[in-house]
Design a protein around this ligand. Structure first.
Ligand code: HEM
Length: 500
């Protein structure tokens, strides 16, 4: 099959694999994007690999991403059917795994209704309150900032999506998300991992006690956890609605609308399903992405004190030191804006996007891409294209500051890459754009971040160790974070928080 085809029409280039297993050994389980960037440098804008005959295509240039993932979106927007993750572990209805079609269009419409560009201003007060909570948490326990960032990332969407307030680091729903997402991205649906049952689907019928059937026993346990992760927060909100104590949020607003709109049970059930699963996907998708972006912000600040000070000076000059920034200050703080953009670029939280599946044979610039190939939009490589981002590995906000015509400005805006492409592009992009900015601006206003010191007073270099196969999250590294002044302590304590 494959070889005959490739004789007839050339597949895109890529590292040579072994017989049968193909490129299995080339697939790293964490930090796959690092290898994928090397392949891009060696082989060019499209790189093709296979694992046991399953084709994998890495789309490495922006031009090819637009041509394929956007312009040919009709055949590049589907998803792999994953037996292990989907059927056996109960994740098949998560939006990132939902096949392209009517259901997806309906669900994306719901998400964009709530989180589209025009809605975001209505969330500004919530985003500011949640940010104050983040600052107060750091002020109270600076050594515990990793848990505080995690609480911020989960708490933000729990509040907006479910109207649920997280008041401690050991909250039940937070822990549940943490555990479920770790399982999902590092075990169940790890980017470089293939489950034998996905290659040989009849294996799903083998009995659980059978030798080699450990995957089925694991799947049964994981499925229970995934179901709780989807249902418990949703049931919380439903209960609050019944008791008349619901806070306006994504779930409560949509359920209210549904109740007003119709009395038809079948339509209601479909709405219930759509709201339940989109809510879970919004929650799931915001966790590691936000954590990655904010930890890269800290990393950059402790590596570049001059950038930290320049941004602080802008804030002090434009808004003074007697209050924290708000989202309405954003247009007046161009350097802080550039820092936030550079954080998005350097972190590229979902570096290879989420896999698509091409539904028809396709040819691009003479290269043949077979139907069924899994397609990864390698945004990590695109935001490191030296033609657009000179010296691409350096954290350098000044790259956005000189005047540029519209075309150049668009090309160098990291938001055009890191959120993916076309019909599956991230529906959370407008929300995170606002939440990341206010978090970055407020932390700059209130804190200094420096390298930690060891017992001999020597600076500790932060170690960057990626710990995930889909997101660029890192193992916690040490740094020193402290308020800039007594005045900073006061404005953080006085800022309106979650418990006010
Ligand atoms: C900096 C933060 C984030 C980045 C870089 C990011 C990036 C991405 C990327 C690259 C994709 C895949 C797009 C594609 O296939 O082309 C995606 C999908 C998705 N994102 Fe985000 N995301 C972020 C935060 C969020 C947040 C906060 C939410 C929810 C509030 C969210 C919700 C989703 C959902 C539901 C999908 C699946 C869409 C689909 O399959 O149709 N993301 N995101």
């Amino acid at each position: 099959g494959l070889q005959q085809k490739s004789k007839r029409r050339a597949l895109p280039p890529g590292p040579k694999g072994l017989p049968v297993i193909g490129n299995l050994r080339d697939m790293a389980l964490t930090g796959l994007w690092l290898g994928a960037r090397e392949w891009a440098q060696k082989y060019g804008e499209l790189v093709y690999l296979n694992i046991f005959g399953q084709g994998l295509l890495f789309v490495n240039s922006y031009e090819a991403a637009v041509d394929l993932l956007e312009k040919r979106g009709a055949i590049y927007s589907d998803k792999p059917k994953m037996i292990m993750a989907g059927e056996l572990c109960g994740c098949e209805n998560m939006i990132g795994l939902t096949p392209y079609g009517d259901r997806l269009r309906r669900q994306r419409k719901l998400m964009l209704q709530a989180l589209g560009a025009s809605r975001i201003e209505s969330y500004h007060p919530l985003l500011e309150i949640q940010t104050h909570n983040l600052l107060q948490g750091i002020l109270n326990s600076p050594d515990d900032s990793a848990s505080i960032i995690r609480r911020y990332a989960g708490g933000l969407t729990l509040l907006i999506v479910y109207g649920y307030r997280v008041m401690s680091n050991t909250d039940k729903l937070l822990d549940m998300a943490d555990e479920s997402l770790e399982l999902l991205s590092n075990r169940i649906a790890a980017a470089g991992n293939v489950w034998i049952v996905d290659l040989f689907p009849p294996l799903k019928h083998i009995p659980t006690w059978f030798p080699g059937a450990k995957f089925k026993r694991d799947a049964a346990v994981w499925k229970g956890k995934m179901e709780a992760f989807v249902n418990e927060p949703f049931d919380f909100t439903k209960q609050q609605i019944e008791q008349g104590t619901a806070v306006p949020c994504y779930v409560s607003m949509l359920l209210d609308d549904a109740a007003l709109e119709n009395k038809d049970q079948a339509v209601d059930d479909q709405r219930d399903f759509d709201i339940r699963w989109t809510a879970n996907s919004l929650y799931a998708a915001s966790f590691d992405t936000t954590i990655s972006a904010i930890s890269h912000f800290f990393l950059a600040m402790l590596q570049h004190p001059e950038i930290l000070h320049k941004a602080q000076k802008e804030i002090d000059t434009v808004i003074g030191t007697s209050r924290l920034p708000t989202l309405s200050d954003r247009p007046n703080l161009p350097y802080v804006e550039a820092v936030a953009m550079e954080v998005l670029r350097i972190s590229s939280p979902v570096p290879l996007g989420l896999p698509r599946r091409i539904t028809e044979d396709n040819v691009y610039k003479g290269m043949f891409i077979p139907k069924g190939t899994l397609v990864f939009g390698n945004n990590y490589n695109m935001v490191r294209d030296p033609a657009i981002f000179p010296n691409p590995d350096a954290f350098d906000p000044s790259r956005y500051l000189d005047d540029a015509d519209e075309h150049t400005a668009r090309l160098r805006d990291p938001r055009n890459y890191v959120f993916g492409f076309g019909r599956r592009k991230c529906p959370g992009q407008y929300m995170i754009d606002a939440s990341l900015w206010i978090a970055v601006a407020s932390m700059l206003a209130a804190f200094d971040v420096t390298k930690a010191r060891d017992e001999f007073g020597r600076e500790v270099e932060p170690a960057v160790v990626y710990d995930n196969s889909i997101f660029t999250t890192m193992k916690p590294f040490r740094y020193d974070i402290r308020p800039r002044s007594a005045q900073a302590v006061r404005i953080v304590r006085e800022a309106k928080g979650l418990s006010d």
